[in-house]
Design a protein around this ligand. Structure first.
Ligand code: DGJ
Length: 713
């Protein structure tokens, strides 16, 4: 390999490999280091990405890796990170190191900015790295400056480029569709390119989640091996490119999908990419997920360290078929159940075109008079009376062609001027690149909040991808639409957050069509899937848990899969942000009692489940059983959830070793959440015993489940 590499270097006529130690740039967390060095040619190279070492000189003792941010048009033959078209027709760039600076951020993170510039063109590129020491997470993004007078166009503008030189690479992607989100599959990467991308614009993650796991050397394992987990914070088209070259080296390029997104940067202006967020674990996927969960709660998710509200949602209980009386009675049911909030879903608005189905009314945000003669106010009053909070569904980025909004403002709609319109869920997307549309979308929320200040929560839905791609606003810059749409959305969400800092919101997109960390800066939680069958949910929630903490994943008890007991359905939902989407009369008296008790247990265990560390004990894939546990940060309390999905009647069942406990502490173990709403003492064991010998968590009863609470004695 070394000889091959030397030959290639000679063939390419590349310059000296020596690094200039004075210019080594070390970006470190408590466990990871990403190190760059400057070659004699003045260009910047990734020198090291791996475990943190004691002696910084060791980072550059070995050979350097690939160029940090490879540009189009020069001596590299594979996918570049950057492609700038200059006004004179020259589309090549050579970036040379100019300077770097590191500063501590007020939140404890450390930011390093490396400045590169082209000495033939007035282009400057800042590579930003924000390192979170304790969480072992690094955020990378890039700002591309056009310091010339004339505009340049960007064909490619990656957030980040990382290089690896390992014997083998294994990529896990998470893809699916409506009601089958976040299904993992792992492949070995060989020569050539693998891309994970989306071109859906809005509802961007319908087919693929914006994150991946990259296991180095050997296939990924839960608790061993080097795994890099990366995700892009961008609520729109993303692309991850994994390319293995002829020498077996891998580059990973992450950013906005450049598909139909050539972007013009005027003289004196810049283009800032979204953030690529990654963690490198030397102890497998489990540790990587806990790193991201901690980082997300501490730094990224809106109100990441605050409590979450349990709720009763009326969507599956009523769909569009409700009126004031029905809702008032459901608000009473929320109280009876013991949840914190009632959430009114789709179907409450539109008068010329009442929203009786998904075919009309979207865009007309006034209450349907014959359904809600006394408006939302009657409902917020009732909620107040019952002592529950009130939440409401909106889908403000979208419009039905059968709506007053469409009739009045066709120019606000993304639709091709000279072609027949085609629809996804009978609707179209509003053009958020247009500031007037941004004002309108902000106004939907602002008007509701002004009129009904008691609204505590919004479920913000987005059921269509961008279809009929044409902007009446962008005119000659049609290729800006995908990017400017998302930027417009953030402008609206910034305004909402500034004016209503206490408003909590759920990011929803026809199930899990929007699941990214930039979105979660504005939203307290997301709706992972419309699929609430508890068996399917065990898979879906496991998938998302690789990147997102339980606190952000809404999990509702519904009537999907009635052959599963209310206990089974509730136990599954208790592993996320618990809610109910059910008519209480669909529950037997005993089940209602069970659910009421489960909510109390959940409230008690929230600090463990929502803010503790998650350990995936037995994955549901290729298994008849699955188990997950959550351990409180002080290791004094833990909750273990064990599920038998479809076991055989006779199976060799073995103990499951617990994880994350204090080996020196004895834990008292209680089975809680029993179907008769009781709990019982199970045993006392040391943490060491539980992690070495384990517990017989599983049974051969189909769709049965158990929840154990462990308390340090
Ligand atoms: C899609 C969402 O995922 C559902 O939960 C529900 O809110 C419907 N939209 C309403 O139209």
């Amino acid at each position: 390999m070394k000889l091959k590499s030397l030959l290639t270097t000679m063939l390419l006529g590349a310059v000296s490999v020596a690094a200039n130690a004075a210019n080594d740039i070390v970006i470190e967390t408590d466990n990871t280091a990403l190190v760059y060095s400057v070659g004699d040619n003045g260009r910047l190279y990734q020198h090291y990405l791996g475990k943190k070492m004691k002696n910084p000189a060791d980072y550059t003792a070995g050979p350097r890796g690939g160029e940090a941010y490879i540009t189009h048009g020069m001596e590299d033959y594979f996918e570049p990170a950057l492609h700038i078209n200059h006004p004179d027709g020259n589309s090549s760039s050579v970036l040379k190191y100019v300077s770097h600076a590191t500063k501590a951020l007020p939140d404890g993170a450390k930011e390093t900015v490396i400045t590169l510039a082209d000495d033939q063109y007035p282009d400057k590129v800042d590579l930003h790295f924000v390192a979170y020491p304790r969480e072992n997470v690094i955020k990378a993004y890039t700002e591309i400056f056009n310091n010339g007078k004339k505009p340049v166009t960007l064909d490619k503008f990656a957030s980040s480029m990382l290089h690896f030189d390992r014997p083998n690479y294994y990529l896990t992607q998470f893809n699916g569709d409506w009601i089958s989100e976040a299904r993992p599959s792992e492949i070995e990467l060989k020569f050539g390119k693998k891309e994970l991308d989306t071109k859906l614009g809005a509802r961007a993650n319908m087919f693929v989640s914006p994150f991946f796991q990259l296991a180095l050397d050997e296939p990924s394992r839960e608790n061993a091996g080097d795994v890099l987990v990366g995700t892009l914070g961008w609520t729109g088209n993303f692309r991850f490119t994994f390319e293995v070259d002829q020498l077996g080296k891998l580059r990973v390029i992450s950013g906005i999908n450049p598909y139909f997104s050539k972007y013009t940067v005027k003289g004196g202006e810049s283009f800032k990419t979204p953030e690529f967020i990654f963690t490198l674990s030397n102890n497998g996927k489990g540790q990587a997920s806990r790193n991201l969960h901690d980082w997300a709660r501490n730094y990224q998710v809106h109100k990441g360290n605050d409590d979450r509200m349990t709720l009763l949602n009326n969507w599956e209980a009523t769909y569009f078929d409700f009126d004031e009386d029905k809702l008032v009675s459901l608000i009473g049911e929320a109280k009876q159940l013991g949840v914190d909030m009632f959430l009114l879903d789709d179907g409450w608005f539109g008068n010329k075109y009442p929203r009786h189905s998904d075919t009309q009314g979207l865009g007309d945000w006034d209450e349907t008079a014959n359904k809600l003669p006394n408006g939302i106010g009657r409902l917020t009053e009732e909620a107040k009376k019952q002592g529950v909070k009130f939440g409401i569904w909106v889908e403000p980025e979208m419009v039905n062609p059968k709506s007053e909004l469409y009739e009045q403002h066709k120019d606000w709609v993304i639709t091709l001027p000279n072609r027949d319109e085609y629809y996804f869920r009978n609707q179209l997307v509003l053009d958020l690149s247009n500031p007037k549309v941004q004002d309108y979308v902000f106004g939907v929320v602002d008007n509701l909040m002004t009129k009904y200040p008691d609204i505590a929560f919004m479920k913000w839905d987005c059921n269509s991808p961008i279809t009929n791609i044409y902007s009446n606003y962008e005119k000659d810059n049609q290729t800006h639409l995908y990017v400017d749409y998302v930027r417009g959305l953030y402008k609206v969400l910034d305004r909402i957050q500034a004016k209503y800092p206490d408003l909590r919101m759920m990011m929803c997109s026809g199930g899990g069509g929007r699941t990214d960390y930039e979105g979660l800066k504005y939203f307290t939680e997301f709706w992972p899937s419309d699929n609430t069958d508890p068996i399917d949910r065990l898979f879906i929630q496991w998938g998302y848990s690789q990147v997102f903490p339980a606190k952000t994943q809404c999990a509702h008890v519904t009537t999907w899969n009635k052959s599963a007991s209310a206990k089974f359905r509730t136990d599954v939902a208790m592993m996320g942000k618990l809610g109910f989407d059910i008519n209480l009369h669909d529950l037997s008296e005993n089940d209602l009692k069970f659910c009421q008790n489960a909510i109390k247990e959940y409230n008690r265990l929230k600090p463990v489940i929502l803010d503790g560390d998650r350990y995936g004990l037995v994955a549901p894939y290729n298994s008849n059983h699955t188990a997950t546990m959550y351990v409180g940060k002080d290791k004094k309390q833990a909750a273990v959830f064990a599920f038998d999905m479809f076991p055989l009647n006779v199976e060799h069942l073995t103990n499951v070793k617990l994880q994350g406990l204090d080996p020196n502490v004895t834990y008292s173990i209680k089975e809680i959440n029993k179907s008769d709403a009781t709990s019982s003492h199970y045993a006392n064991y040391s943490g060491e015993y539980l992690m070495t010998v384990g517990l017989p968590l599983f049974s051969t009863s189909r769709m049965s489940s158990r929840v154990y609470e462990l308390t340090a004695m």
